[in-house]
Design a protein around this ligand. Structure first.
Ligand code: NAD
Length: 253
């Protein structure tokens, strides 16, 4: 208990899935969490369900003006920010032949540009707060190519390198802001459930998704939530610029 007590955390895409599970784990360990999401109804409902230490602010993470406004709101209301979890993303399917230039760009805008913007907007306030921790969501898909994930594979591969560059900048500035990325394997979230349900043979897909991980199953959202608590907490104070792989062995198969 209390591993992140007193910390103020801003977490994007917190309405459902891994973001909501991470928010719950952080709250359970004593943090105050502001979740944001483009889905205002689901975001507000999630914050209500997660309790009084959780609040919701609407945000499209691809909107630079909104990022600046949001960080201004956080500074005005709390005077500081201890952690930023850049979780929001979209999975865009399609091979090089199938995907349109617009969809390719959309995947990069949501999955990569948003992380650039979030870090750029938040680092000055975190530095003023005496330092903090940024966690950027990559994926096992950064290391495991799939012919039908041209945009998502490459966007998620950009995240660890962007993270390393920002981590080195923060270290050079000696601003006490640490920046790491996370690479989950296949985790059974509502998003993954709906992908499975949309395939011609959902049972076969569920089995294929499970055995892709050498340990023989998909992960649970809590498997990643525990990692987020560690990275937000001071327990990880010597970690920066690192890609944290929690994937049931997917990347070594
Ligand atoms: N679930 C998995 O198996 C898995 C595996 C590896 C990595 N990841 C990564 O983990 C993160 C969370 O995955 P998930 O499965 O929980 O996803 P999800 O789709 O269930 O949730 C993503 C959230 O982001 C929000 N969002 C989407 N676009 C947005 C925008 N422009 N602005 C603000 N919010 C926006 C959605 O409304 C949603 O609430 C993502 O970065 C994903 O790429 C997931």
């Amino acid at each position: 208990m209390g591993r992140v007590s007193g910390k103020l955390v801003l977490l994007t895409g917190g309405a459902m899935g891994l973001g909501k599970a991470a928010a719950k784990a952080l709250l359970d360990q004593g943090a105050q969490v502001i979740i944001t999401d483009i889905d205002e109804a689901a975001g507000a409902a999630a914050a209500e369900e997660l309790g009084p230490e959780c609040s919701f602010l609407p945000q499209d993470v691809t909107d630079w003006d909104r990022w600046q406004e949001l960080i201004g709101e956080v500074e005005a209301s709390h005077g500081r920010l201890d952690a930023l979890v850049n979780n929001a993303a979209v999975t865009v399917f399609g091979s090089i032949a199938d995907i349109s230039p617009e969809d390719f760009r959309r995947c990069y805008t949501v999955d990569v540009d948003s992380i650039f913007m979030g870090c750029k907007a938040a680092i000055p306030l975190m530095a003023k707060s005496g330092g903090g921790s940024i966690v950027n969501f990559s994926s096992a898909a950064a290391n495991k190519p799939n012919a039908d994930l041209a945009a998502y594979n490459s966007a998620k591969a950009a995240v660890p390198m962007l993270t390393k560059s920002i981590a080195l900048y923060c270290a050079r500035e000696q601003n006490r802001v640490r920046v790491n990325s996370v690479q989950p394997g296949t985790i059974l979230t509502p998003n993954v459930e709906s992908v499975i349900a949309g395939t011609p043979d959902p049972d076969a897909t569920r089995e294929a998704f499970s055995i892709a991980q050498p340990i023989g199953r998909m992960g649970e959202p809590e498997d990643i939530a525990h990692l987020i608590v560690y990275l937000v907490s001071d327990e990880s104070k010597f970690a920066t610029g690192a890609p944290f792989i929690v994937d049931g062995g997917l990347s070594i198969a």
